[in-house]
Design a protein around this ligand. Structure first.
Ligand code: FEO
Length: 433
């Protein structure tokens, strides 16, 4: 039996009914209270919502986003409670991820006269999603960017280009006359409550921060760009695609985003200092000796703060903030059974929530037989869009004095690459195709 977040008597979202959140603006989304894991990795303590909205003007109706396919019946029932399909002129897709476009094909079938409005970067995704057949004629869609508007008569939808929040295609849509920002995933959270409105539902602050940390944090610079567009807007309501509708003091959530997007540590340790962090694991002390020698070599570089950490028995999570604000990361691992050791992989996987693009990486380690760990770590760093300008360093078994000299030189080379600050071209795979 699914848990209900709220006794029905106080529920605002009821089956088959839309909810008016501003004059002529209705929530027509769906509740998913039993979901416990979203996108495989996100925990959802009491489920989530797929919010979509309807705006009525004197010249027709617009639908802003749809819902996950399994919840299409709820969505259509709510539309039918407040509009006819032949009134729908406009379908805005702020984000094409399936949790917001699952009901789109059926909506297009029911409202074939409606025109789609998507961001300039969403075209390829839309075609991949709908796979239009040539004999059916071209898809009726228009791409829009910041400042573009579409009119519903007495209502105006204005678009804001806000990419990478959370995919390259994302945008926000602003209803000028009512000060409502349909924000997509931004300012959302996985929190399901039939009371629906932020001043009525339970305390969801943990879910708001958790969502930011896992969905938005890797795109902090894009968040800051989006905030520059959003902050000047007269704003009465933020209507995101997940979680509570933020009608009570919506600017608090914008302020929180700015706080969360500002590095928790200063960008640099000192005004001019740069930072290299060396992590290692060592089975018999050889990789540890390499790490110390690399540290000594790197420390010769003026203005570089070098930190050395043994990952044995330690957690990786406390280091994530530190790594985010560092210039470079060097990882040392022995090769055991043809692989790097688990804490190194744990550390690397914990970095998925931060932006590593262009950050400098290096790998080293002692080995007994084949020594695959160093190359594997380098490959993973490149996969995370880090630069690896200094070839990895491997030492067979116990390092000799000459090999420790090589380690110091390796440290100096990493330090020089940091100091030179050269920016290699980093391919952003999201931009391809
Ligand atoms: Fe809620 Fe990125 O989809």
């Amino acid at each position: 039996m699914p848990l209900q977040a709220e006794p029905a008597a106080r529920a605002i979202a009821k089956p088959g009914e839309s909810v008016e959140i501003a004059p002529g603006v209705h929530w027509i989304g769906a509740l998913d209270p039993t979901l416990r894991t979203f996108d495989i990795i996100l925990r959802t303590a009491n489920g989530t919502t797929y919010n979509s909205y309807m705006v009525r003007g004197t010249d027709g109706v617009a639908i802003i986003d749809t819902v996950k396919a399994e919840f299409a019946d709820d969505f259509f029932a709510r539309i039918e409670s407040v509009a006819r399909y032949d009134e729908i002129r406009i379908i805005v897709l702020n984000h094409l991820e399936p949790d917001h476009t699952g009901a789109l094909p059926e909506l297009m079938r029911r409202a074939p006269q409606a025109k789609l409005y998507i961001s300039t970067r969403a075209t390829a995704m839309l075609k991949a999603l709908l796979k239009p057949k040539e004999d059916k004629g071209p898809l009726a869609f228009e791409t829009v960017g910041t400042g573009d508007e579409v009119s519903l008569g007495d209502r105006t939808l204005r678009f804001l280009h806000t990419p990478f929040l959370h995919w390259p295609d994302t945008q926000c849509t602003y209803l000028v006359e009512e000060g409502v920002l349909f924000s997509g995933d931004v300012f959302g959270c996985h929190y399901c409550d039939t009371r629906l409105l932020n001043d009525r539902c339970g305390d969801f602050r943990f879910a708001f921060d958790y969502y930011y940390a896992h969905i938005m944090r890797p795109f902090k610079t894009h968040v800051m760009d989006a905030l520059k567009l959003i902050e000047p807007l007269p704003l009465k309501t933020i209507a995101p695609t997940h979680g509570p509708i933020l009608r009570d003091r919506p600017r608090r959530y914008i302020t929180r985003y700015r706080e969360l997007s500002t590095a928790s540590f200063a960008d640099k340790i000192g005004n001019e200092e740069r930072s290299l962090i060396i992590f290692y694991m060592s089975a018999y002390g050889s990789t540890a000796r390499m790490a110390e020698a690399i540290c000594a070599g790197a420390e010769e570089q003026p203005g570089l703060r070098v930190s050395l950490y043994d990952l044995e028995g330690g957690e990786t999570q406390p280091f994530v903030d530190l790594i985010e604000s560092a210039d470079a990361l060097a990882l040392g691992s022995p090769t055991i059974n043809g692989d790097a050791v688990k804490p190194i992989w744990d550390l690397l996987s914990s970095l998925a929530v931060i932006d590593l693009k262009g950050k400098l990486g290096a790998a080293f380690g002692s080995y007994g037989w084949t020594g695959e760990a160093v190359r594997m770590i380098e490959d993973r760093m490149r996969g995370l869009k880090m630069r690896v300008p200094v070839a990895g360093l491997r030492v067979k078994l116990i390092p000799t004095d000459e090999e420790l000299d090589e380690c110091r030189a390796f440290g100096r080379d990493i330090a020089s690459a940091i100091a030179s600050g050269e920016k290699g071209r980093v391919i952003d795979f999201a931009e391809l195709g």
